[in-house]
Write a protein that binds this ligand. Structure first.
Ligand SMILES: NC(=O)c1ccc[n+]([C@@H]2O[C@H](COP(=O)([O-])OP(=O)(O)OC[C@H]3O[C@@H](n4cnc5c(N)ncnc54)[C@H](OP(=O)(O)O)[C@@H]3O)[C@@H](O)[C@H]2O)c1
Length: 310
């Protein structure tokens, strides 16, 4: 528990002598953040903007995006914050988003797959995919696949998936991506989607090994955000004195985006700047064959060509 609370980063900062990135650490680089208008995504967008990056703001609400874009442009006196509206749970919207980015942008060095939510009730999307899985696994997969050619043009590209410790509690039957045979419970399906997300991160890393693109997952710990307060009010109240601030929650995102390439290991899950285990219980583990099969299942549901064939 102390590890996920704000005690974790406070102690580890001192213990491991964490340093902050140079003020211009991302100058000349371009970073995309999904879910940029709230919580951890907004903190990430603001921080990478402050480090000099061109920031591609992806959100689902035009007005919130416009407000954020105006704020960043005024704060930095530069117009380097293009905004894109997309519901990350809709495959059509994600395809449209990727097309718009490929048309308008000439480089991409950092992709932060952050948008996430807990759905109180089972919700199939228009694509017929369970909504948590669509938002946190299939949608980001389609976006990454479409933007991979642009990422590959960078000499050092980093794809960073924001996962959750909830993932440790769930496995998934890869033949039942939507959990049709599983009793619905919002946090459980959120955790299943996060389990799929990290399994896909491992597959991306394996299939692109030796390339200039690294794929990592990170767990922010427990951070006080609108999403946490709204979806887990009891937890929020009980834990409030020791919840991380959004800036503490995103520390490892920023570190994964800015640390020297040699410090980052593709295909790993990080908490507080250190690699962690993907599993806490053997029954939740997806073995290599299951991860490969999950990739094929997701490619099929996304109805795209395999972006990194085995
Ligand atoms: N906070 C924590 O303690 C914690 C712990 C573990 C993992 N995480 C993960 O961290 C990430 C950020 O969470 P948070 O706590 O910052 O939550 P949050 O405050 O609810 O922010 C989530 C962001 O995702 C966006 N979003 C939600 N559904 C979307 C959709 N269908 N399409 C596009 N964007 C969508 C939201 O857009 P709007 O701005 O329009 O609402 C918001 O910007 C999530 O992946 C979450 O699972 C958080």
């Amino acid at each position: 528990m102390p590890s996920f609370s704000r005690i974790g980063p406070v102690v580890r900062r001192r213990l491991f002598g964490w340093t902050d990135p140079a003020p211009d650490a991302l100058a000349g680089r371009a970073a995309l953040v999904t879910g940029a208008t709230g919580g951890l995504g907004r903190a990430t967008a603001e921080t990478v903007a402050g480090l000099g990056a061109r920031v591609l703001l992806v959100g689902r609400d035009q007005a919130r995006l416009d407000d954020l874009r105006t704020l960043l442009t005024e704060r930095h006196g530069e117009d380097r914050f293009p905004a894109f509206v997309a519901d990350m749970a809709s495959l059509d919207a994600v395809r449209g988003l990727a097309e718009a980015i490929l048309e308008a942008e000439s480089r991409l060095d950092v992709l932060v797959d952050n948008a996430g939510a807990i759905y109180p009730e089972r919700t199939p999307t228009a694509d017929g995919i369970e909504a948590s899985m669509a938002l946190m696994a299939v949608g980001p997969f389609v976006l990454t696949a479409a933007l991979l050619p642009l990422l590959r043009q960078s000499r050092d590209a980093r794809v960073i998936a924001v996962t959750s410790g909830g993932m440790y509690t769930q496995s998934i039957d890869v033949e039942d991506l939507d959990g049709a045979r599983v009793e619905y419970n919002g946090p459980r399906f959120y955790a299943r989607a996060k389990r799929a997300q990290v399994a896909l991160v491992r597959e991306w890393a394996r299939r692109t090994s030796g390339s200039s693109v690294t794929f990592t997952a990170m767990h922010p710990g427990w951070a006080r955000t609108p999403g946490l307060t709204e979806s887990l009010p009891g937890f929020d109240r009980a834990m409030s004195p020791i919840l991380r601030t959004p800036d503490e929650g995103i520390d490892t995102i920023i570190w994964l985006a800015t640390a020297a390439r040699a410090e980052i290991e593709s295909g790993r899950l990080y908490l507080d700047r250190r690699p962690r285990s993907f599993d806490r219980a053997p029954q939740t583990r997806l073995v290599a064959a299951e991860r490969r099969r999950l990739w094929d299942v997701v490619v099929g549901r996304a109805v795209i060509a395999d972006p990194a064939p085995d």
